[in-house]
Design a protein around this ligand. Structure first.
Ligand SMILES: Cc1ncc(C[n+]2csc(CCOP(=O)(O)OP(=O)(O)O)c2C)c(N)n1
Ligand code: SF4
Length: 536
């Protein structure tokens, strides 16, 4: 391998490059930290990539491509897999023709998420093989291996990465692009692709048989690594925890697992029996430790306090020393704030001043919960502002119900707010309801990605555009307003008051570009995109 080929890449970039070298024909995803850069980099390199309205649609698009014989990639953050869980469980049964790699980028420590769920459980629950790299080089190499695994057994592969792997930059030596890229070609196979019960029952048996074969293959698997060391201490680990473990216990014997579902239990048993003490070092849930113990093997799991947050070298040392003394509190950081001049500010000032009960959603605007606004009462998951707001409206005493407002960002509305709007039309509360869509023309929170409401695609070129006000009207909402939330104007306050007093269902689209990309949006508009965004 020549020196020129050494690249300094983040794990996300390494996956984007590997996808290109693996001949992935289509990558679909929805932005979410820490996964977002994968598709952006893949597209930058010339791969065909697109943002879908949400993760479920992204996975379905990727499934379609893989059914048709084209290698496909679906990317999302960990909570995105909850949205995509319905197709996930059934594509395990249908299998695929060409490789399907599903990226789950988990966020232990909640650097930028609403929970720190451990998606390794999805692999087991759905019966999908899972691969976990520990570095950028592995992110690259394991992706190519995952493509081969996927096509050998015709199964989708869950590719689980975590924040540190996604965002740390390390050296990558790329290989030559894979030569055997299959051409897309549809071959009818109704029994394996149409999951009516008569076909799904045998498909489940087939899946379990495939998993047995993959487990057997994993015993000698190339994705696992043994680091020889002292027999006094053995460590079983996965992902980035491997790096911490090596530094924390340089003399220990280590078994690092790369294909973590289905597990190579014989290999693990041999390792456990070879060492005096065996500790499982893993971030998040004690998933690996529980799985190993379920086979009657004696391993130590970390104390419960290390289930929370990311691991690091020091925390791994503490785990190995069975140290459960309180950890030093992290230094208090500066609380995040909406940018000066942010278009969301005006709306939250009004909601605060009118003492509304605000059913909120996820995006930059979630910061409306903090001072000086203190104007958000609930925030559960993407799209929940509508449903939760409607539930409050239906059941609160009328004087309180009339103060309930649902607030959602434009990208989030496209993601999972539209069905909530349908619910508002279908089951309108007796006091009516008000939805405010904060349309700043971008997905600001995850780094300003495009979405179906901006009229531009992932590369910011002109694309189809969903018009929110037309959509609301077409669904039957009579009271639909578009307003520019200009600082200093009382138009927003007047409209909100009017809608709340009407007792009808209403939608206000508060449209003003995110100040950080307003200039860029104007540039895109000049290049031919038909936009209706108000100039900042
Ligand atoms: C299921 C899920 N997918 C992705 C994310 C990551 N994420 C959080 S908010 C958000 C969208 C924010 O965009 P928008 O609603 O337009 O609000 P803005 O940040 O622009 O104010 C995304 C993609 C998430 N939290 N949950
Ligand atoms: S990035 Fe844009 S949307 Fe987010 S706080 Fe700043 S101005 Fe507001």
């Amino acid at each position: 391998m020549s020196e020129q080929k050494r690249l300094l890449l983040s794990g996300d970039e390494a996956i984007g490059l590997a996808a290109l070298h693996a001949g992935v024909k289509l990558g679909a995803g929805y932005p979410g930290t820490p996964s977002t850069e994968i598709l952006e980099y893949f597209a930058e390199l010339g791969g065909k990539a697109q943002w879908s309205p949400n993760e479920k649609v992204a996975l379905e698009v990727a499934i379609g491509a893989a059914f048709g014989g084209a290698r496909a990639l679906a990317t999302m953050k960990h909570v995105g897999l909850n949205v995509a869980a319905d197709p996930l469980f059934t594509v395990a049964y249908t299998g695929v023709t060409a490789a399907l790699i599903i990226i789950s980028a988990d966020d232990p420590g909640l650097a930028s998420s609403q929970n720190e769920q451990d998606n390794r459980r999805y692999a087991e629950a759905a019966g999908i093989p899972m691969v976990e790299p520990a570095s950028s080089q592995e992110a690259y190499d394991f992706f190519l291996a995952a493509v081969e695994l996927s096509e050998r057994w015709h199964v989708p592969v869950l590719y689980r990465i975590t924040t540190r792997v996604c965002h740390s930059k390390t050296v990558v030596l790329p290989r030559e692009p894979l030569a055997n890229v299959p051409p897309a070609n549809y071959i009818r196979d109704v029994r394996t692709r149409v999951m009516i019960p008569a076909y799904a029952r045998p498909a489940h048996h087939q899946l379990r048989n495939k998993l047995k074969e993959i487990a057997a293959w994993n015993e000698a698997g190339v994705l696992n690594q043994e680091v020889p060391g002292s027999a006094k201490l053995g460590i079983i680990t996965n992902g980035v925890s491997f790096m911490h473990a090596r530094e924390a216990a340089p003399d220990a014997s280590i078994l690092k697992l790369g294909l973590t579902y289905p597990l190579p239990m014989e290999k693990i048993a041999q390792f456990v029996h070879r060492v005096d003490r065996c500790v499982v070092v893993e971030e998040g849930d004690p998933w690996l430790a529980d799985a190993i113990r379920a086979h009657g093997l004696k391993v130590e799991s970390k104390p419960e306090m290390y289930r929370f947050g990311e691991l690091n070298v020091n925390r791994v040392r503490r785990i190995l020393n069975r140290d459960t003394s309180p950890e030093p509190a992290p230094k208090p950081g500066k609380p995040p704030q909406l940018c000066e001049g942010c278009s969301h500010r005006v709306v939250f000032e009004v909601l605060r001043d009118l003492d509304c009960i605000v059913s909120g959603d996820i995006g930059c605007y979630t910061l409306g919960v903090l001072p000086p606004f203190n104007a958000m009462d609930t925030c559960v998951c993407m799209g929940a502002s509508l449903g939760v707001g409607l539930g409050l409206r239906h059941t609160l005493p009328p004087d309180q119900a009339r103060r309930v407002v649902s607030v959602i960002g434009d990208s989030t509305f496209v993601h999972s707010g539209i069905t909530g709007l349908v619910e508002m039309v279908y089951n309108p509360p007796a006091t009516g309801h008000l939805l405010i869509i904060l349309d700043n023309g971008t997905t600001a929170m995850t780094g300003h990605q495009e979405h179906a409401g901006t009229g531009r695609n992932l590369l910011h070129d002109p694309a189809g555009k969903v018009c929110f006000e037309d959509l609301a009207r077409s669904l039957g909402v009579k009271r639909v307003h578009v307003v520019d939330p200009r600082p200093g104007s009382d138009e927003v306050a007047q409209l909100i008051k009017e809608c709340l007093a009407s007792g009808e269902i209403a939608v206000i689209v508060a449209r003003r570009p995110c100040i950080l990309v307003a200039k860029q949006i104007r540039e895109y508009e000049k290049c031919g995109t038909a936009l209706t965004l108000t100039e900042a």
